[in-house]
Design a protein around this ligand. Sequence first.
Ligand code: GLN
Length: 468
Amino acid sequence: MQADLQSGKISCTSVLNKTLKTISEKKNLNVFLEVFEASAVEQAKKVDEKIKNKTAGKLAGVIVALKDNICYKGHKVSASSKILEGFESLYSSTVVERLLAQDAIIIGRTNCDEFAMGSSNENSAFGKVLNPLNEKYVPGGSSGGAAASVAADLAHVALGSDTGGSIRQPASFCGVVGFKPTYGRVSRWGLIAYASSFDQIGPITKTVEDAALVMEIIAGADEYDSTASQKPVPSYTNKSGNNGSTGSPTTKYKIAYLKDCIEANGLDPEVKKAVLNKLEEFKKQGHVVEAVDFPYLDFLVPVYYVLTTAEASSNLSRFDGVHYGYRTTKATDLESTYKKSRSEGFGKEVKRRIMLGTFVLSAGYYDAYYAKGQKVRKLLQQKTFDILKQYDFIVTPSTPGTAFEFGKNSADPIKMYLEDIFTVQANIAGVPAISVPCGNHTNGLPMGIQIMANYFEEGKLFEIASKV
Ligand code: GLN
């Protein structure tokens, strides 16, 4: 598309108009909470001028959808929650600034699970998103709208956030590529926080190459986020060497796959077969593929939910009916303003997590849950790192099954939480991970393979992922 833009065959305005038309035709998917038509049209005109003057940036004409927890100055943002009703971003997130500086066109904000808490997009205060591949099924979550926007051609790229799989799981359910960077590779400035020591922003795209291109633009140090690494960002798209990878396209890698994941109860047999087939292909490409024990699978989800709810209970205390958005009309004093605004403004799952997080942090239980959770996190980090010292990559399925039908897991939060079993490891350890489509199930829905790499080895990860 960019070649056609440069040659003048098409214009940003024409690409945008076509996309706006598709968005209105596919409104029933409930992907966008708001389309930023006015600012997108204006930006498209500006970029068309720049293309004529040969001053356009690397993302000229690329249409980007934002998950509704990423701030864009002068535009509304709600984290798909009633509690942020009417709130407009006072500044743009660093990722948005960087995309705009490269002449991307921000098309709108996409529906998600409230405060990014969920795995099916059923926790949004603004209704569910339908999976564009089969509307009876969930698109995954929490970045469900983001993944659906790319799958349904409503954007070229979407930015999501991934705390425990929220980029990779919906990408896998919608048949697209989802990338979670190393913790600290992308600035979180302007991302509405869920669990700050886990959250990362990352791209959802149709191809691995597109994800690499977006990453080299949004990654890097940021004076507004002290957890953003100072490490220089290599060119992830440069195939002829300096792409941040230690190898080259012909390098033979050592790939570990986690036996415990492949043999896990509840793993769909077709997903298992698809992943094993890919591993076989890697072998044929000359890579070493070996099974590795990881007898800690049962600890991943509990540790994730103890620590993320603790962080969430703290992060979400700022939504108090005074500082932001929604305020109850039924308050009689300050305390009831807090209580009623929060009771009316937050949805059920968010309240469950605030209470759980408050509980694990409370005086009598802190050591038993929060402090213990931190110790187990450290252990899981170490065990993951031990494998990555010996192997270049760790492979697992992205999810235990394909997209499920609406309502299937809603009555049982534990069942829903177990959807995250393969994705949370990367967030607990802080390592980068990608989900790439790896064929279709007999139910017609796509399946995904997940690859993890060591800290800051995104270049290498893109290289192997492009071979899936
Ligand atoms: N499904 C996970 C959760 O509900 C992951 C969410 C995320 O990555 N934001 O917490």
